[in-house]
Design a protein around this ligand. Sequence first.
Ligand SMILES: *Cc1c(COP(=O)(O)O)cnc(C)c1O
Length: 340
Amino acid sequence: MAKKNIDWGSIGFSYIPTDKRYVANFKDGKWEGGLTSDPNVVINECAGVLQYSQSCFEGLKAYTTEDGRTVCFRPDLNAARMKSSCERLKMPVFPEDKFVEAVKEVVKANIDYVPPYGSGATLYIRPYMFGSNPVIGVKPADEYQFRIFVTPVGPYFKGGAKPITIRVTDLDRAAPRGTGHIKAGLNYAMSLYNIVDAHENGFDENLYVDPATRTKVEETGGANCIFVDKNGTVVVPKSPSILPSITRRSLVTVAKDYLGLNVEEREVYLSELSDFAEMGLCGTAAVISPIGKVYDHGKEICFPSGMDEMGPTIKKLYDTLTGIQMGRIEAPEGWIVEIK
Ligand SMILES: *Cc1c(COP(=O)(O)O)cnc(C)c1O
């Protein structure tokens, strides 16, 4: 075994094909699958996913710890979340234990693409599922494909995490009783217009509010929010249409059990933003991105942590969670799954 000759420090977040991927097909009520070298998907022109977008996905990472083990972070939670996505989209569930085994199998088959410790790069793992047989009348497909590919991705923050600026948007991401809480591809398709518009207007992300009252903070297009108030309490917004981020749930445990902080999970009003000391966005890709400024219809909310670095509490949360992930700090039972 030899690591691939890749300049780990200079790769970005884009698709680099690797040697193997996992494919399972669902037909006549059962799943059958294994590893393959073929990166292409061949499906009928009328496949359910191409007509009515019946698809969902997950995202997690494998990386090398300080002591040289190859691990991934809480894959059981991705399996459970994909189960709830499938149930909401009338897709068959890929069994949770088999999901974790398939993640391990595909990482192991591409072990030479797992970036070394200290490079800042990781192996991104993308499980996904879609309706694969022809569907023309509106109904769930009968056949499905579940796949997992992996691709090495570079350090999310090259040269340190700089605070970003986001805007409160007038468009909506998720209806109150819609699909915001599941990882459906369709939630992303309809956010593309707005993210391009945000970038064209000089903002890094859109902050979505609850569509019913437009007074409460939900999340951005692809990351949950986390706040720290002026007493050092960690506050995370609560809403049935927020995607349950594994990073956010892990940070809540880290805040309570490792840092001894108070944590509140509650509705967060836009009108409270100016009372907070720190704000961040959390997700697998960056762990936490600090927010320096929120632009809300002509009004700027600037957090006291400023535009130069992470606020002190968010930095502690970031350092502790990444320390757990990289094996420098002891992990709670079951968080780190070794691939061997
Ligand atoms: C995937 C995702 C997140 C982040 O979830 P993690 O499990 O932490 O990666 C947050 N919001 C949305 C809308 C997402 O799709």
